[in-house]
Design a protein around this ligand. Structure first.
Ligand SMILES: NC(=O)c1ccc[n+]([C@@H]2O[C@H](COP(=O)([O-])OP(=O)(O)OC[C@H]3O[C@@H](n4cnc5c(N)ncnc54)[C@H](OP(=O)(O)O)[C@@H]3O)[C@@H](O)[C@H]2O)c1
Length: 173
């Protein structure tokens, strides 16, 4: 799950750089919270995203939150898990009985690894039609060989004077 501006920027000074986009937040919540009865999804994030303005050390409810860090002394609230690498975080999610899907939710460092990971199925991309002068970027996903994979969540929106579209991408074989 990622939102990027026209320069593939995703964040600035440890926060999202564009005005609040309610429909995008709803889309994020809807996709990462969808689960069968008694099940939930895991959301994997880097330590800086965990501490960023949007998350601020508060776990996303009804999802297994996994924070990826090289630190051994990170304290997190009860129920949140800590992993030493993306691979360990994926293993932890796979080994948790009630987890049925796993989403990587940032930031730039973790996405970079995730985009190259063989287990990646889709990228849910929100493309914000702005140039925000970000200090955190993802690679150009077109150049990485991702293509649009139409799904029923495709949306073209305009909110708070910001145009953006929500798409799902997949890797070309
Ligand atoms: N637009 C979006 O969709 C979106 C989504 C999420 C975040 N963001 C933005 O992205 C920015 C944060 O991204 P970021 O790249 O600076 O940070 P990040 O990826 O969230 O976190 C980086 C941290 O993760 C840990 N880490 C990274 N690779 C690791 C590895 N291989 N093994 C173990 N730990 C590893 C390290 O933590 P330690 O330093 O603790 O070891 C590292 O400092 C913020 O501006 C945020 O707002 C945007």
């Amino acid at each position: 799950m990622v939102a990027a501006d026209l320069d593939w920027g995703i964040g600035k000074t440890q926060a999202l750089p564009w005005p609040k986009l309610k429909s995008d937040l709803q889309h994020f919540k809807r996709v990462t919270s969808a689960a069968s009865e008694g099940k939930r999804a895991a959301v994997l994030m880097g330590r800086k995203t965990w501490e960023s303005a949007e998350v601020a050390g508060r776990p996303l409810p009804r999802r297994l939150n996994v924070v990826i860090t090289r630190r051994t002394d990170l304290t997190v609230p009860e129920g949140v898990r800590v992993a030493g690498s993306l691979e360990t975080a994926l293993e932890l999610a796979a080994a948790t009985a009630d987890v049925e899907s796993t989403f990587v939710v940032g930031g730039a460092e973790i996405y970079r690894e995730a985009f190259a990971h063989p287990a990646l199925r889709y990228v849910y991309l929100t493309r914000v039609e702005l140039h925000c002068g970000c200090d955190a970027h993802i690679p150009n996903l077109d150049e990485l060989g991702f293509v649009v994979d139409p799904w029923d969540g495709d949306q073209q929106l305009d909110e708070n004077g910001v145009r953006f579209r929500i798409e799902r991408l997949r890797r070309t074989p």
